[in-house]
Write a protein that binds this ligand. Sequence first.
Ligand SMILES: [Cu+2]
Length: 349
Amino acid sequence: MSDMKSVATAAVVVAILLFLTVMASPRASVTPAAAQAGGAVSAPVSAPAAKSVPAATPSAPHHVMSPALAPASSEKTKKITIEIKDARIEIAPGVVADMWTYDGQVPGTALHVRQGDTVEFTLVNHGNTSHSIDFHAAQTPWNINYRSINAGETLQFTWVASYPGVFMYHCGTAPVLQHLASGMYGAIVVDPAEGMPKADHEYVLVQSEFYVNKDDKGLFQTDYVKATKGDPDYVVFNGFANQYASEPLAANPGERIRLYVMNAGPTTTSAFHVIGAIFDKVYPGNNPKNAISGEQTYNIPPGGGATFDLIIPEKGLYPFVTHSFASTGKGALGLINVGNVPVPGAASH
Ligand SMILES: [Cu+2]
């Protein structure tokens, strides 16, 4: 990937995209449309049972993580269970890494609730070391509810989603950098009580970094020392390098596309940008009261999130990236396909 680090202009990104999609090996996938029809990786909040995600092997195909946000259930009390599991996960073509996960996937299940909801939460630790959870969407005592639990233990607490937002949840067990670099994070979207303007498509994107080294078995392990230096090997959306370059997010001209973007870090800022488009609105805090109009690029710090609305008038391919270009070439690039146009290197449409 080193030749991609020198990329400096948006025009070159398109060339990189062509390179990436042509060079990428074929992978089994779930399209956003198929996901919305029932094949989604993420599950509704009301059915938070752990996903059974088989451990990947170096020869196993990567499955594209559905970016579609599952609708929030109508119940005012959401019962959510997250199961901590060690899992072997492909993070880039041929790069299979041992990860610590929520629900066997990285990022963890995208959760969706509404402002004012009560969350009855259960954390189950099926891993092999101590872990915890920290909901940025909650206000609750850190020393009590965000405490670490040992392998085999369960923790329960209840909290209220008082503020709207695109919030991070993550493991806060020390060293936090190790637990974040190993995959322990996810997004929870809290809808504002008064609602948002209706969108035609709602997608969730979690940006994050991986710092890995290959072991003598050919598997990749998180490199904590590398993580402390903040120079990631991969910067990705939804856990896999460039996965939406060959399986784009879908929309039609003139539709309102809503992107809930959370930056899990652990260290790099996301300068979120869509090439060829302008954000009709950016909603810091997923709050209609905070709307910014006509923005080009918007910074999302590690541990932060924002909502982006786009209305793209013309058919075509529109890459979404972090405009922090040292990261873009490390896997932080995907496409929005407006009008179902042919995608270079993708399966036939
Ligand atoms: Cu942990």
